[in-house]
Design a protein around this ligand. Structure first.
Ligand SMILES: [Zn+2]
Length: 252
């Protein structure tokens, strides 16, 4: 009997000790690589707004930044040339303007090495590798769409077409962009994308997806063509959208 109570006491003691020592478990970090730089946009100003905006909303983020090729729209980001460059990260965020890059081999390798590591594509990232020769097909398949041009810069209304989706639940049903934006004309879908928001283009007289998600053979890709001006990166609605896209992409 004595042994029994001793055992119970020991057990209770152990439980108490564990409870006292047990700090709330730290969630695993989300290792993010932000690749940014390129032409047409103020990536210098966007970078801190983006990294701080995401970290404020997803505190687990540990961000590494590769910022190269400002105002060089054909720059080849050096890390993409390294074998296995994506393997050390949980997510790659692309905020780039490399729309004059034409190296098809470079783009094919970029996509090949990306497989297995989720992506978030912001605005001109969708346009970044579209001029690859002889074919930009690997990039179109990865991003989910083919877009070669955008309508003239203006404000427009973004319509939430998936309000019950976790990414879109905090996004207004209709949101007038508070700054001017470029509506990317989506000419073709390359894959089974799930459109999350759309906007009407007055020049093309058609709706175009401006936020979507899809799964490319097991690799999650979240994309938005919104994010031309620095002012967009100061909007809670926009940063919340990106943060939700990050969480979906890494399944957290
Ligand atoms: Zn732009």
């Amino acid at each position: 009997m004595g042994h029994f109570y001793t055992a119970i006491k020991l057990l209770l003691g152990l439980c108490l000790l564990t409870a006292c020592a047990g700090q709330p478990a730290q969630p695993d970090p989300i290792r993010v690589l932000l690749v940014t730089g390129g032409g047409w946009h103020d990536y210098q100003a966007q970078e801190p707004l983006l990294t701080e905006g995401l970290s404020a909303r997803v505190p687990e983020i540990e961000c590494t930044v590769v910022h190269e090729g400002n105002q060089q729209a054909d720059h080849r980001v050096t890390i993409f040339e390294k074998e296995g460059w994506a393997a050390d990260y949980d997510l790659i965020v692309h905020n780039t303007g490399f729309g004059l890059l034409t190296g098809g081999d470079f783009v094919e390798r970029l996509v090949q090495q990306h497989k297995g590591t989720p992506a978030v594509l912001i605005h001109s990232a969708v346009h970044s590798y579209r001029r690859a020769k002889p074919s930009a097909e690997p990039w179109f398949r990865f991003s989910g769409v083919q877009s070669m041009w955008h309508e003239e810069e203006r404000t427009f209304t973004v319509e939430n077409v998936a309000p019950s989706d976790a990414i879109m639940k905090s996004f207004p049903l209709r949101w007038e962009t508070p700054v001017t934006e470029e509506l990317y004309v989506v000419e073709k879908l390359w894959g089974d994308i799930t459109p999350l928001a759309q906007a009407y283009g007055v020049e093309t007289e058609a709706f175009h997806p401006v936020v979507w998600k899809h799964d490319v053979n097991g690799t999650r890709v979240f994309a938005t063509t919104l994010g031309h001006n620095v002012g967009m990166f100061e909007q809670d609605v926009y940063l919340d959208l990106l943060a939700n896209g990050v969480r979906w992409a890494v399944n957290r």
